[in-house]
Design a protein around this ligand. Structure first.
Ligand SMILES: [Zn+2]
Length: 175
Protein backbone atom coordinates (compact mmCIF):
# COMPACT_ATOMS: atom_id res chain seq x y z
CA UNK A 1 0.00 0.00 0.00
CA UNK A 2 1.48 3.30 -1.08
CA UNK A 3 1.02 6.17 1.35
CA UNK A 4 -1.40 9.05 1.01
CA UNK A 5 1.50 11.48 0.48
CA UNK A 6 2.32 9.84 -2.83
CA UNK A 7 -1.23 10.21 -4.09
CA UNK A 8 -1.59 13.78 -2.95
CA UNK A 9 1.74 14.55 -4.60
CA UNK A 10 0.37 13.07 -7.78
CA UNK A 11 -2.83 15.06 -7.51
CA UNK A 12 -0.81 18.24 -7.17
CA UNK A 13 1.24 17.30 -10.22
CA UNK A 14 -1.90 16.72 -12.22
CA UNK A 15 -3.19 20.13 -11.28
CA UNK A 16 0.10 21.85 -11.89
CA UNK A 17 -0.33 20.86 -15.49
CA UNK A 18 -3.59 22.72 -15.79
CA UNK A 19 -3.51 25.79 -18.03
CA UNK A 20 -1.50 28.50 -16.31
CA UNK A 21 -4.47 30.83 -16.15
CA UNK A 22 -7.80 28.98 -16.21
CA UNK A 23 -9.53 32.34 -15.82
CA UNK A 24 -8.52 33.75 -19.19
CA UNK A 25 -11.41 34.88 -21.34
CA UNK A 26 -13.68 32.55 -23.27
CA UNK A 27 -14.50 28.88 -22.89
CA UNK A 28 -11.68 26.46 -23.64
CA UNK A 29 -12.09 22.91 -24.84
CA UNK A 30 -9.44 20.20 -24.80
CA UNK A 31 -9.52 16.49 -24.20
CA UNK A 32 -9.60 15.13 -20.67
CA UNK A 33 -6.04 13.77 -20.78
CA UNK A 34 -4.71 17.07 -22.07
CA UNK A 35 -5.97 18.77 -18.93
CA UNK A 36 -5.54 15.90 -16.46
CA UNK A 37 -2.49 13.92 -17.49
CA UNK A 38 -2.13 10.36 -16.16
CA UNK A 39 -5.71 10.18 -14.93
CA UNK A 40 -5.99 7.00 -16.98
CA UNK A 41 -3.40 5.40 -14.65
CA UNK A 42 -5.60 5.73 -11.55
CA UNK A 43 -6.94 2.29 -10.57
CA UNK A 44 -10.38 3.63 -9.62
CA UNK A 45 -10.70 5.27 -13.05
CA UNK A 46 -9.57 2.03 -14.69
CA UNK A 47 -12.28 0.25 -12.70
CA UNK A 48 -14.85 2.55 -14.36
CA UNK A 49 -13.77 2.13 -18.01
CA UNK A 50 -11.78 -1.12 -17.98
CA UNK A 51 -9.38 -1.57 -20.89
CA UNK A 52 -10.99 1.35 -22.74
CA UNK A 53 -9.82 3.85 -20.11
CA UNK A 54 -7.06 5.59 -22.10
CA UNK A 55 -9.09 5.56 -25.33
CA UNK A 56 -12.16 7.11 -23.65
CA UNK A 57 -10.20 9.81 -21.78
CA UNK A 58 -8.26 10.64 -24.95
CA UNK A 59 -11.52 11.38 -26.75
CA UNK A 60 -13.51 12.94 -23.92
CA UNK A 61 -13.99 16.66 -24.48
CA UNK A 62 -13.62 18.94 -21.47
CA UNK A 63 -14.99 22.45 -21.58
CA UNK A 64 -13.71 24.98 -19.06
CA UNK A 65 -16.63 27.30 -18.67
CA UNK A 66 -17.77 30.45 -16.91
CA UNK A 67 -20.66 28.57 -15.27
CA UNK A 68 -21.10 28.97 -11.56
CA UNK A 69 -20.98 25.80 -9.51
CA UNK A 70 -18.75 22.80 -10.00
CA UNK A 71 -18.85 20.42 -12.95
CA UNK A 72 -21.33 18.24 -14.83
CA UNK A 73 -21.71 15.94 -17.81
CA UNK A 74 -23.59 17.57 -20.67
CA UNK A 75 -26.74 15.52 -21.27
CA UNK A 76 -26.65 16.17 -25.05
CA UNK A 77 -23.26 14.82 -26.08
CA UNK A 78 -21.69 13.54 -22.85
CA UNK A 79 -18.79 16.00 -22.65
CA UNK A 80 -17.59 17.31 -19.31
CA UNK A 81 -18.19 20.95 -18.36
CA UNK A 82 -16.09 22.37 -15.51
CA UNK A 83 -16.40 25.74 -13.86
CA UNK A 84 -13.18 27.73 -14.25
CA UNK A 85 -13.84 29.42 -10.94
CA UNK A 86 -14.13 26.06 -9.17
CA UNK A 87 -10.92 24.79 -10.80
CA UNK A 88 -9.09 27.87 -9.67
CA UNK A 89 -10.42 28.22 -6.14
CA UNK A 90 -11.79 24.82 -5.11
CA UNK A 91 -10.05 22.32 -2.84
CA UNK A 92 -7.82 20.28 -5.14
CA UNK A 93 -8.43 16.92 -3.51
CA UNK A 94 -12.19 17.49 -3.73
CA UNK A 95 -11.89 18.53 -7.38
CA UNK A 96 -9.99 15.31 -7.97
CA UNK A 97 -12.77 13.25 -6.34
CA UNK A 98 -15.43 15.22 -8.26
CA UNK A 99 -13.64 14.36 -11.51
CA UNK A 100 -13.88 10.65 -10.65
CA UNK A 101 -17.58 11.09 -9.84
CA UNK A 102 -18.19 12.78 -13.19
CA UNK A 103 -16.16 10.19 -15.11
CA UNK A 104 -18.61 7.61 -13.81
CA UNK A 105 -21.42 9.74 -15.30
CA UNK A 106 -19.49 9.83 -18.60
CA UNK A 107 -19.50 6.02 -18.60
CA UNK A 108 -23.23 5.97 -17.78
CA UNK A 109 -23.90 8.40 -20.64
CA UNK A 110 -21.96 6.11 -23.01
CA UNK A 111 -24.16 3.23 -21.82
CA UNK A 112 -27.24 5.25 -22.76
CA UNK A 113 -28.41 5.81 -19.20
CA UNK A 114 -30.57 8.76 -18.25
CA UNK A 115 -28.29 10.88 -16.03
CA UNK A 116 -30.92 13.27 -14.69
CA UNK A 117 -33.84 10.89 -14.21
CA UNK A 118 -36.51 13.05 -12.55
CA UNK A 119 -38.34 10.03 -11.12
CA UNK A 120 -35.73 9.87 -8.37
CA UNK A 121 -34.63 12.29 -5.70
CA UNK A 122 -30.96 13.21 -6.17
CA UNK A 123 -29.67 10.96 -3.37
CA UNK A 124 -31.78 7.99 -4.54
CA UNK A 125 -30.89 8.19 -8.22
CA UNK A 126 -29.02 5.00 -9.20
CA UNK A 127 -26.62 6.96 -11.44
CA UNK A 128 -25.66 9.24 -8.53
CA UNK A 129 -25.23 6.35 -6.10
CA UNK A 130 -22.88 4.57 -8.48
CA UNK A 131 -20.87 7.77 -9.09
CA UNK A 132 -20.58 8.47 -5.37
CA UNK A 133 -19.45 4.92 -4.68
CA UNK A 134 -16.52 5.29 -7.06
CA UNK A 135 -15.35 8.58 -5.62
CA UNK A 136 -15.75 7.35 -2.02
CA UNK A 137 -13.73 4.29 -2.95
CA UNK A 138 -10.99 6.63 -4.17
CA UNK A 139 -11.29 8.79 -1.03
CA UNK A 140 -10.70 5.68 1.09
CA UNK A 141 -7.68 4.78 -1.03
CA UNK A 142 -6.35 8.28 -0.33
CA UNK A 143 -6.77 7.57 3.38
CA UNK A 144 -9.76 9.81 4.06
CA UNK A 145 -11.23 9.32 7.53
CA UNK A 146 -14.94 8.66 7.95
CA UNK A 147 -15.34 12.25 9.14
CA UNK A 148 -13.60 13.67 6.09
CA UNK A 149 -15.77 11.55 3.81
CA UNK A 150 -18.84 12.97 5.54
CA UNK A 151 -17.48 16.48 5.02
CA UNK A 152 -16.90 15.79 1.36
CA UNK A 153 -20.45 14.47 0.91
CA UNK A 154 -21.95 17.49 2.68
CA UNK A 155 -23.14 19.82 -0.07
CA UNK A 156 -25.49 22.77 -0.02
CA UNK A 157 -28.11 21.12 -2.25
CA UNK A 158 -28.68 18.12 0.06
CA UNK A 159 -30.81 18.53 3.16
CA UNK A 160 -30.04 16.82 6.50
CA UNK A 161 -32.18 13.71 6.11
CA UNK A 162 -31.17 13.18 2.47
CA UNK A 163 -27.53 13.60 3.53
CA UNK A 164 -27.77 10.83 6.15
CA UNK A 165 -29.46 8.58 3.59
CA UNK A 166 -26.69 9.25 1.07
CA UNK A 167 -23.93 8.50 3.60
CA UNK A 168 -25.63 5.26 4.52
CA UNK A 169 -26.15 4.21 0.89
CA UNK A 170 -22.73 5.05 -0.58
CA UNK A 171 -20.42 4.52 2.34
CA UNK A 172 -19.76 0.89 1.61
CA UNK A 173 -16.30 -0.37 0.77
CA UNK A 174 -17.24 -1.91 -2.56
CA UNK A 175 -18.79 0.10 -5.41
ZN1 LIG B 1 -23.44 13.12 -9.98
Amino acid sequence: MIGIDYYLFRIMRIFNRLPANPLCLGNQTKTFLEYFKNFDKIPTVQAIFGNKTTEVLNKLKVELSWINGYMYVDGNDGHLVISKKYLKSGNRTEIYLDLIHELCHVKQFMEGKELFDPRYAYVDRPTEIEAYRYCIKEARRLGFSQERIRCYLRTEWINDSDFERLVKTVNTSDP
